[in-house]
Design a protein around this ligand. Sequence first.
Ligand code: NAP
Ligand code: 8YV
Length: 315
Amino acid sequence: MKPEIVLMGGMMPHVMEALEAAYVVHRYDQATDKAAFLAEIADKVRGLATGGHHGALDNAVIDALPKLEIISSFGVGVDHVDVGHATGKGVVVANTPDVLNDDVANLAIALILMCSRQLVAADRFVRGGQWLEGAMPLQQAIRGKIVGILGLGRIGKDIATKLQVFGCEVVYHGRREQADQPYRYCPDLLAMAKDCDYLVVICPGGPETEGIVDRAVLDALGPEGTLINVARGSVVDEPALVAALAEGRLGGAGLDVFAEEPEVPQALIDLEHVVLLPHVGSATVQTRKAMGDLVVDNLAAHFAGKGALTPVTAG
Ligand code: NAP
Ligand code: 8YV
């Protein structure tokens, strides 16, 4: 008999195909009466698949499914799931780490280059016919610049490695020093922001990191500094960021993530010296396929009694 799972929303076609072949799939997103839907499947459902793009997973859904054993989530960030609540009920939470490191790191590097060389403005310069009136002003080299990485984890380390090619000095901040890493550890985020030219945010979202890049950190980065955020919008105090950019207290920003996606504050859209991307860190065909495969493989390994391949462990 196929195990039964609930899907919080649609997944990529190859994922849907694999899930429908292996499980009886119940679609939460398609149910009109959610409470009646959960009551109807409560005694049957052993797995749940979701992703950050499906929004926060309400603890009430977990509580309504007493037979639930595993939540398989698309994406490495699990700030949309109350992992403590799930594991407290004996439910394993699995995510999709590592397979996306390369593309997310590439996007962070791209944002640094787009900001330092004003590449989006340069494109507008050509399209707007301004080149016909004169050359674009000179921009900044990144060679020799100090890049502070907030969150030297799987992706942060990949960013740091790639930055070596560009001749940047890497420093990092996290909750603890990593003695095996060649980069200078900064125990204080504010002090690191004072020291660096670029601050790259790539730590997890969630209550522990909410707003840790605040006005003081942005002011420390300063008018010559640039913020790059490829983590979660929640890590940065967005109103403070908008104010710092608008008032010239911060030099620039390259942002892939926002507080209320897909809403982006109009004040940010109106600013010339920011680069805004629609949360596309992992958005390549190859990486999204690998992430989808891992959602399926985590469920398969769990139901084969081998344990999820990539369970989330307490940070
Ligand atoms: P990871 O391997 O778990 O690394 C996270 C790093 O953040 C760790 O080095 C950790 O170091 C640090 N950290 C954790 N809590 C912290 C805190 N309270 N203060 C300071 N540092 C803290 O995670 P990853 O796989 O690299 O992914 C990182 C995040 O990137 C994800 O959680 C996700 O939100 C985001 N992401 C975004 C995209 C995108 O499309 N833009 C794609 C993938 C991932 P310590 O333990 O030493 O503190
Ligand atoms: C995903 C991400 O696109 O992995 C993550 O944490 O932010 C992205 O790779 C997103 O989670 C989709 O749900």
